[in-house]
Design a protein around this ligand. Sequence first.
Ligand code: NAD
Length: 367
Amino acid sequence: MIFQKISEHEQVLFCHEPRSGLRAIIAIHNTTLGPALGGCRMQPYESEEAALEDALRLAKGMTYKCAAADVDFGGGKAVIIGDPRTERTAERFRAFGQMVASLGGRFYTGTDMGTMPEDFIHAAKETSYIVGLPEAYGGSGDSSIPTAQGILYAIQATSYFLWGTEVLKGKHFALQGLGKVGWKVGEHLLAAGANLWVTDVDQGRVDAFLQLATAYAGEVKAVSGAEIYGVDADLFVPCAIGAVINHTSVEQLKVKAVVGSANNQLATSEDGVRLHERGILYAPDYIANSGGLIQVADELYGHNHERVLRKTKAIYETLVSIYQQAEAQGISTMKAADQFCEERLYQRQVRNSFYLEQRRPQWELVK
Ligand code: NAD
């Protein structure tokens, strides 16, 4: 099974650097659109196989995410095997930088779960193919700002598709996770006059958010982690962990749509079909949460916050178009999104091979 997954990828690189203790894997899935781009995740994986599985799955996801966001990058991902609380050493990230450098520009990377932008200051001493560095080091900084803005556009697009209006005043949202993205999404929604049900495993975040909410007119109520799925809301906004749309939660949801930032919200692709059958509209995660990707991809042109936010607005149009295609074909929005990305990849492949064809006569002359 794992060998079949590897063969779907263009390149997989394993690295073991004993002096720093680095054990890492870089997976490059597809470079049709450009060099691979994907964050570097650090986790104490229980085995090398588990790390490889994760790298392969995430790299493939990046191919689709880049295609949907229409950036000139392909799909890749890196994983470092280790405990992010104790093993994020400068030496490891320098060794990781050398590993990235060895790919000669086929792979760009930066922060992801378990790593921080500051870690990549060390990696950037070894390679220039690092994105998302802190602003003081020439990078674009906090990606949760465009990600949250993109989620707001996705919510507005969904509201427009469902109710013919982008006005969110008086609507009710069930917001799961009040971290970097969820907090900002919550603030956007409050500013738009919405009411919220909120939950977070960190009670401190909940208390602080309830305090912030006193400055707004909308009503905000805190509920437990289990209750959030069944509240009487218009939209469910998952901004915490993956696989929250599963066999059990699909049946509990009373909302009209699911739009959030969490990666891999669907536990399985069947859960996307289940949502569709229950008449719940789903904003494919890799489209709704692509604001951060748009920001790091934009670093090629030098960083500019306003330009990034302008580009992030494309999420609105892309999503409406996916909803329309899914409706016209009677398929789930996830399937429509995958088809949309595969078509974009195919069109680029055709164009790439056209340019190759143009060069062929010269080779034949040489022969
Ligand atoms: P974060 O770690 O800052 O916030 C996550 C929040 O969720 C935390 O407050 C945590 O306490 C809470 N949480 C964890 N498990 C929970 C649970 N079971 N129920 C309720 N709350 C729970 O992360 P973030 O950067 O805000 O990212 C949120 C999600 O969006 C993640 O899935 C991430 O992969 C995804 N995402 C983030 C970005 C970005 O730019 N930061 C971009 C794309 C996707």
